[in-house]
Each structure stands twice: as C-alpha cells, then as structure tokens.
Design a protein around this ligand. Structure first.
Ligand SMILES: Cc1cc2nc3c(=O)[nH]c(=O)nc-3n(C[C@H](O)[C@H](O)[C@H](O)COP(=O)(O)OP(=O)(O)OC[C@H]3O[C@@H](n4cnc5c(N)ncnc54)[C@H](O)[C@@H]3O)c2cc1C
Length: 422
C-alpha cells in the first residue's frame, strides 16, 4: 500500500481536520490499526490514518468487568493493562500486535465453541462519521448501527473507542498431542466438549493431526518451550526446506510428514497467563484463506479437501490446515452470523519471500467452502464479490443501508471494499 499522505493523529480534532482536507481534495481515507490484515482491506493510494497515537485505556469498570479503550490501542498493551486490574479478554487471535478497532473491523476469531469471534466481546463503541459527527452505540443506543459496527470493515467511520466485556484474569493449561484425521473427525463432539478452546492442525497429504486443548487452570506457569526445536527447526529449517521444495514440489508431502514426526508426535504441555497461551508463532511470510462453514459440515468438507489433494498429485499444500470453532452470533457481517461455525485456515508459505504456485489449491478449497455454505474471513484472501455476499449474509442489505447513510460519498471505501459493495 502506498498512501499519498500518512497521518498519525493524536486527537479527534486532528482527525476532523484530515477528513476536511480529504473532502476538499476529493480523496478517500483508510484508517488502520496494526496493518496486519493479509488481504488488501487496509490498503489505499489516498490518505491513510494510523491510529497508533490514540491508544489509551480510558476507563476500567471493575464491577462490570468492562474496559473502554481508544481504537488504536494494541491488544498486546491492553492485555498487560488488564492483567494489572485482574482482568482479561476471554479470547484472542494468534497475534496481539493488532489494534482494538482493527480486530473488530475484520471479525478476528480464535477457537472454542462456547466463545464467539472477538467482536462478540464488544459492548459499546464510538464512531466518528464522514460528516464529523460522533455516534455512541451499544445494544441500547443506536442498536442497528451497533450490530453493523461491531464488524465494520473500516467503512462506517473512524472507530474512536471500544468497550470490551472482560472476564477475571485466568491461566490456561495447554496440552498438545498427536492424533489422526479419522479419529478427530469421528469424535469431534467429544473433543469440543472436552476442551474449552479446542483446535486442531491437519498435515495435508497425510492422516496426521495435532490436537490442541487449552483450558483454564489454577496451576502456576510452566513451559516446555525450546528455542532449538521451536525456532532453529520449526522456523529456519522449515523455511529452508520449503524453499528447496519450490524446485521439487513433491517434497512438500515428505516435509509435512517429517515435521509432524519431528515436532508434533509427542505430548507437550504449557501453562501460562491466558494471553501468552492464546498468542502463538505464525512463522514467516505466507498466503492464507480462512472460511467459516456451518459446524456440522466440518467432516464432509475436510474429507473432500483431503480427497481432492489425493486425486491431484500435482496440487501441493503446506502444513498446517488449522481448524478452529466459534459460537453463533447476531453480528450482521460476522461469518458466524446465526450459526455455530468451523473455520478452516489453509496456508501456503512464501519461503524467503518466494511465491509458491497455489492457484489450484486455492480454487479447490474455495469451491469446497462455497459448496458447504462457507463465508470467507474478511481479512484473508478470497475472490468473492457483492453477489456472493448478498447470498451469504441475510443482513447484508441492512449493513449496506447503514453504510450509505453514514458515508454517502464513499469516503472510507477502497478497492477491496468496492468489490464488496459494488
Ligand atoms: C501473523 C498473523 C496472525 C493472525 N492471526 C489471526 C487469528 O488467529 N485469527 C484471525 O481471525 N485473524 C488473524 N489474523 C488477521 C488479523 O487478526 C486481522 O487482520 C485484524 O483485523 C488485524 O488487526 P489490525 O489492527 O492489524 O487491523 P488493520 O489490518 O490495520 O485493519 C483492519 C480493518 O479495520 C479497519 N480499521 C482499523 N482501525 C480502525 C479504526 N480505528 N477505525 C475504523 N476502521 C479501522 C481498517 O480500515 C481495515 O478495514 C492474523 C494476521 C497475521 C498477520
């Protein structure tokens, strides 16, 4: 993204001035947090506003266990602040170098069938609209705008503040153990019941699966992390071998099996404060897709993806396919809108920045996800347009009418959002 002008405002007044200037010069504005979205949802050639200097904790309500923050605060800072007050967010994605307004902008999720995506933790927010007005919204004030703005795609205005419902601070006990795809898919309900934050990693071109259970505990921190295995092998050796495989693609099958055997074939346990367990290493550059399908379609969809890889020997898939779960919600553009969901994240690394052909894998996966009623993650790759979203989201037209009302000239649109709305 190469914005013409880049701003880091420190006050609402400064943001208003930037919006005025954009209006006068007929420019669009893109507001960003961490800029961590793998899709081009946060890109622009016009004006970019980075909210990193509006990053304060404004209020901690210990009784209600709620925290109000400025939209630009990184969750990595918020986690530490909350911990000081004996509070925590009930769920987090893999990384915390992302902003409060950014994570809710794209519907960031983790796992746990009793837990919704991150925007479900939001109980209130305030929005500076294109006209320069500030709108407060919650379940009881501007309720319609609230259901739209809890997953706002960055197109409704500048999110100034966010109020999160928190929970008492907690430790998590993580247990990682090997299994097989058949076992996990045949006993999915048991796994979902057994662990509050259950997810699994499938190693394509094999039956291998790593199961990850994370559950609250009173035990003190303990860790089996090891720099040699986690970084020297799990990061640097993997990147080197995947680079070699760009000349001999069939090696990927071998690499997936080898790394499972090397790093994931025994049981490992870790205990720590919740956010240190929720966050994990995502390794080097990569392309990703991550669609949510109705949870009852998990088995059929994964077996179809496995069969497609078996039937197309030339199609290679890097590990892992990460399978996570989320509770249904009522947020208009949430991939989990009104249905418990399974998110299936596929990945193709770019070892040393080199692109690995992925078109066949990408299209095959998208085809399967669409067949099972999938909805793509807003921050990750997909080829959907307005026609698809109209079918996927029963409340799509309600979101569009709120957007038309709050931003009639399309000041907050960019190329990505034009595909969504036109
Ligand atoms: C290494 C890595 C790991 C990840 N892991 C996960 C994961 O586990 N689960 C998951 O679901 N996703 C994951 N993601 C995706 C990531 O969580 C989302 O892309 C998230 O939105 C990034 O937050 P951000 O602050 O960087 O947002 P940005 O990318 O900066 O912006 C995202 C959207 O929010 C808008 N926005 C940001 N701030 C404001 C504001 N103040 N006002 C108005 N609009 C605003 C932007 O315009 C844009 O539309 C991962 C990404 C990376 C790179």
């Amino acid at each position: 993204s190469t914005p013409e002008l880049y701003f880091q405002p420190t006050s609402v007044e400064e943001i208003r001035e930037i919006l005025d200037m954009a209006r006068q010069r007929n420019k669009r504005v893109k507001v960003v947090g961490g800029g961590h979205s793998p899709s081009d949802i946060a890109c622009t050639d016009d004006f970019m506003i980075q909210m990193g200097k509006m990053n304060k904790v404004l209020k901690v309500d210990k009784e209600k266990q709620q925290v109000t923050v400025e939209g630009g605060i990184f969750l990595s800072d918020l986690n530490v602040e909350l911990n000081k007050h004996g509070l925590a967010l009930a769920n987090l994605g893999a990384v915390s170098e992302v902003a409060a307004a950014g994570v809710i902008g794209t519907g960031t999720h983790n796992t746990g069938i009793k837990h919704g995506i991150l925007p479900t933790q939001v109980v209130g927010l305030s929005l500076l609209t294109a006209s320069g007005d500030i709108l407060e919204c919650s379940e009881s004030i501007n309720a319609d705008i609230f259901q739209a703005a809890r997953l706002h795609l960055g197109c409704l205005g500048v999110v100034l503040t966010v109020t999160f419902q928190c929970v008492p601070q907690f430790h998590l006990h993580e247990v990682t153990f090997p299994s097989t795809l058949t076992e996990v898919l045949n006993h999915l309900d048991d796994h979902l019941k057994r662990s509050q934050y259950f997810r699994f990693l499938w190693f394509p071109h094999s039956e291998n699966v790593t199961v990850i259970y994370q559950d609250p505990t009173n035990k003190p921190p303990s860790s089996s992390a090891n720099w040699f295995w986690d970084y020297a092998v799990g990061y640097y050796l993997l990147e080197f071998l995947l680079w070699i495989s760009t000349f001999v693609p069939s090696l990927v099958r071998w690499i997936n099996r080898f790394f499972f055997w090397l790093l994931f074939s025994s049981r490992v346990e870790n205990i720590n404060v919740s956010y240190k367990i929720f966050n994990y290493e995502c390794r080097f550059k990569q392309h990703v897709q991550d669609w949510a399908i109705p949870i009852e379609k998990t088995k059929e969809a994964l077996l179809e993806l496995k069969a497609a890889l078996e039937n197309n020997p030339k199609m290679v898939a890097h590990y892992p396919v990460e399978v996570r779960f989320a509770r249904a919600d009522e947020i208009w553009l949430s991939p989990c809108f009104q249905r418990d969901s399974c998110y299936m994240n596929i990945i193709m690394y770019r070892p040393y920045g080199k692109n690995v052909p992925r078109l066949n894998y990408w299209l095959t996966y998208e085809g399967i996800m669409k067949k099972y009623g999938g909805r793509p993650h807003w921050a990750k790759a997909h080829s959907c347009t307005r026609k698809d979203f109209e079918k996927m989201y029963p409340a799509f037209s309600k979101f569009c009418s709120i957007r038309d009302k709050l931003d009639p000239t399309g000041m907050f649109l960019n190329t990505y959002l034009e595909k969504v709305f036109y």
